[in-house]
Design a protein around this ligand. Structure first.
Ligand code: UDP
Length: 311
């Protein structure tokens, strides 16, 4: 297949491009490099079936020739990024999704939207099932991300119903691994780098809030399976193994052998108290579930930040 990946130079996008090339697909990677980086795709550059276009997906996208699949992964995804870039975040989820769907329509291509567990907001149901409509503050600091992804889901569904586009929606839960940026702000790269530098590990709130962390290779496998499925309603993809943030901090201190101490900081506004995917739908319909245990995934990620920087 000839596959367009928007946000292809980002954390998930670059792992996805690499995976697709391994399956012998041709990949067109589109990225404006606001949060993505050419380093992430440097190892792919000399492959004949990989093409990079530096472009902002919110502007008209012109792709020469056939396209079989559009994978829309462009967006800031770390809370500190999207809080610093609220308008770009809203634009890429709104206008960017419109342009990406426009390419799919013009090329008669299939479409997959990278949506997020943030559509559930600060959930009142745990674990989160796809049928849950969520608890989102429409004007809070996270609303630029949450609401643009909710809009993106609505737009994808409208293109499916109204134009018959063959769409899919992946609701991606917290994912980690190599190629996250050192100062990305998300909890795993932050804690690992604080531990490696011997700095205080900054736990927000009382550290009792939970997240469920999926290693990147598992997530990409789930995305690929969803690409091949005929499911137009959202599918949760993530690891259901739920931890508190305080537990995560201890695990990272232990695995790095760090002497860092934990320090408590105020909890950011609207920070979800619980997050855990119900992945029954993906288990049954995609025959998928994550395989990499947190400890194994953390070890690989720690190696990456220690300087190995492979992957
Ligand atoms: N967090 C923390 N210390 C940090 C960064 C994050 O305690 O230095 C917490 C944050 O408040 C949240 C959780 O870790 O409860 C996960 O945050 P992240 O930014 O990774 O993503 P989120 O799941 O909130 O989108």
């Amino acid at each position: 297949m000839r596959i367009l990946v928007t946000g292809g130079a980002g954390f998930l996008g670059s792992h996805l491009c690499e995976y697709l090339l391994r399956q012998e697909h041709e990949v067109i990677c589109l990225d404006n490099l606001i949060t993505g980086s050419v380093e992430n795709i440097a190892s792919l550059a000399d492959r004949g079936n990989f093409h990079f276009i530096k472009h902002d997906v919110t502007e008209y996208v012109f792709i020469d020739g056939a396209v079989d699949y559009v994978l829309h992964f462009a967006s800031p995804a770390s809370p500190i990024d999207y809080m610093q870039l609220p308008i770009q975040t809203l634009k890429v989820g709104g206008l960017g999704t419109h342009k990406a769907l426009g390419v799919a329509k013009a090329k008669k291509a299939k479409f997959l939207l990278a949506s997020t567990s943030e559509v559930y907001g600060d959930p009142l149901v745990n674990p989160q099932v796809e049928e849950y409509w969520g608890n989102v503050n429409p004007i809070g600091p996270r609303s630029c991300y949450d609401e643009s992804k909710r809009f993106a889901e609505a737009l994808s569904t409208a293109y499916h119903r109204h134009h018959g586009i063959d769409t899919r929606i992946a609701r991606i839960f917290n994912t980690y691994g190599p190629r996250m940026r050192r100062h990305d702000g998300r909890v795993i790269p932050t804690f690992i780098n604080q531990a490696l530098q011997g700095e205080e590990i900054t736990i927000f709130g009382d550290g009792k809030q939970t997240r469920s962390f999926c290693y990147v290779s598992d997530l990409i496998e789930g995305i690929y399976r969803l690409m091949g499925a005929q499911i137009h309603t959202p599918v949760n993809l993530g690891n259901p193994s739920e931890r508190t943030i305080a537990e995560l901090a201890q695990k990272i201190i232990e695995l790095t052998g760090s002497k860092s101490k934990t320090a408590y900081r105020p909890l950011p506004q609207d920070d979800p108290k619980k997050r855990r995917p119900d992945i029954s739908k993906a288990r049954v319909l995609l025959n998928w579930e994550p395989k990499v245990e947190l400890e194994a995934g953390l070890k690989t990620t720690i190696e990456y930040f220690r300087g190995g920087r492979k992957g």
